[in-house]
Design a protein around this ligand. Structure first.
Ligand code: NAD
Length: 353
């Protein structure tokens, strides 16, 4: 069963939970608003389903409320930030704002972010840069979250290491390509394990090499004592796109992990997102101002390709915009199990119902 919750009520409720585990009112609201925004864009895997896990991370000390990033290096062209294991919903927008300042001044800027709490839907940060008319490119790893088998492998070696590019457009919504380099994001396995949308039948690989869509391959049998710890499963998520996707995942580990100082994913370490981002001002790179008009022309032609019967051609970012329009009007649909898990977490920290 699914229930529909108005976005304001859901945001306020989740914010109260984060406040109860130590966040300032401002931080609690920012984290809750970002999670609800993921639900609004249709990415339930990165939405409020994460509330119980964030709270358990705060309780175990893995995630630390009320942090600001430390600037370890700051030159006109680039900055290196340490998120000190604070909420990613605070660290990522700060990293974007610093990248934006640099790109606005030089035409180009780079920002490395290490030791950040979970930054959620990376597209939100590309949208933030695009709202300042900047292109952005993001390579992300999720150190400590070892989930994905490389192409040709049976064992986990990679995180779901997302890759994201945002392109601003004049008078039109930005183009945002944002995806996990695994066949499905881990959160989608979690959503499926909690009664949500089932996984594609080839999303996971078992230790015997058999392909499957059964979430217990990742989490083990789900019980009260094991509500979904990915360390309990014998299988792995598959990298997307065969050898090419697996190669891009590796690059995300090396740039988002090794280069940022976050460290590429390894077993049994504290969770942290690392993000290496480039920010580019198209007006400075393209003095002839071809970029926007040519992109508009090309996207129109691209979208007008004859579709496969019963299908349509969308540009990256369009599915999220459609979901946002629909869900903003009707509220966020949540499987009953997810809503119950959030309420149980809220009760456990004494948040008013
Ligand atoms: P996905 O498979 O839904 O792909 C999303 C991308 O594909 C978007 O750019 C979307 O606009 C585009 N898209 C979707 N359908 C399309 C269509 N029919 N035509 C054209 N374009 C289409 O996303 P995912 O891989 O499940 O990732 C979900 C989210 O998880 C992302 O926001 C990602 O950033 C996030 N994530 C975060 C972490 C982390 O550690 N913070 C890790 C993994 C994933």
């Amino acid at each position: 069963m699914t229930i529909q919750i108005p976005t304001d009520e859901l945001t306020n409720y989740c914010a109260r939970v984060f406040e109860r585990v130590g966040s300032s009112t401002e931080e609690a609201r920012a984290v809750a608003a970002s999670l609800v925004d993921s639900n609004l864009t249709g990415h339930d895997s990165h939405g409020v389903i994460r509330v119980p896990r964030y709270v358990s991370w705060v309780k175990s000390g893995e995630l630390v409320p009320n942090q600001t990033p430390a600037r370890l290096v700051d030159t006109p062209a680039f900055a290196v930030l340490d998120g000190r294991f604070g909420y990613g919903q605070i660290m990522a927008p700060r990293a974007v704002d610093i990248g934006v300042e640099k790109a606005e001044s030089l035409g180009l800027g780079a920002v490395s972010l290490r030791n950040s709490g979970h930054i959620g839907r990376v597209g939100e940060w590309a949208e933030r840069a695009a709202s300042r008319n900047l292109i952005s490119i993001h390579f992300v790893n999720a150190a400590g979250s070892i989930l994905v088998a490389p192409f040709g492998g049976l064992e986990r070696r990679l995180s779901t290491a997302p890759f994201c590019v945002g392109l601003p457009r004049e008078g039109a919504p930005p183009l945002i390509l944002d995806f996990a380099t695994s066949l499905v994001a881990e959160g989608k396995v979690r959503v499926a394990s909690q009664g949500g949308k089932p996984l594609p039948p080839d999303a996971l690989i078992g230790p015997d090499g058999a392909l499957s869509g059964d979430p217990s391959l990742l989490y083990g049998p789900l019980t009260v004592d094991n509500p979904g710890d990915h360390l309990h499963g014998a299988g792995a998520i598959r990298a997307f796109g065969e050898h090419k996707g697996s190669g891009l995942a590796l690059i995300c580990e090396l740039l988002g992990g090794s280069l940022t100082g976050n460290g590429a994913t390894e077993p049994e370490r504290r969770f942290a997102n690392g993000m290496f981002s480039l920010y580019i001002d198209p007006k400075r790179v393209d003095p002839s101002h071809l970029f926007d008009a040519d992109m508009a022309r090309y996207l129109q032609w691209f979208s007008k390709a004859k579709p496969i019967p019963g299908q349509e051609i969308l540009t990256p970012g369009e599915p999220e915009r459609r979901a946002r329009a629909q869900r903003s009007a009707n509220g966020v649909p949540l499987p009953e199990e997810v809503w119950e898990a959030i309420q149980a977490t809220a009760r456990s920290v004494g948040a008013a119902p």
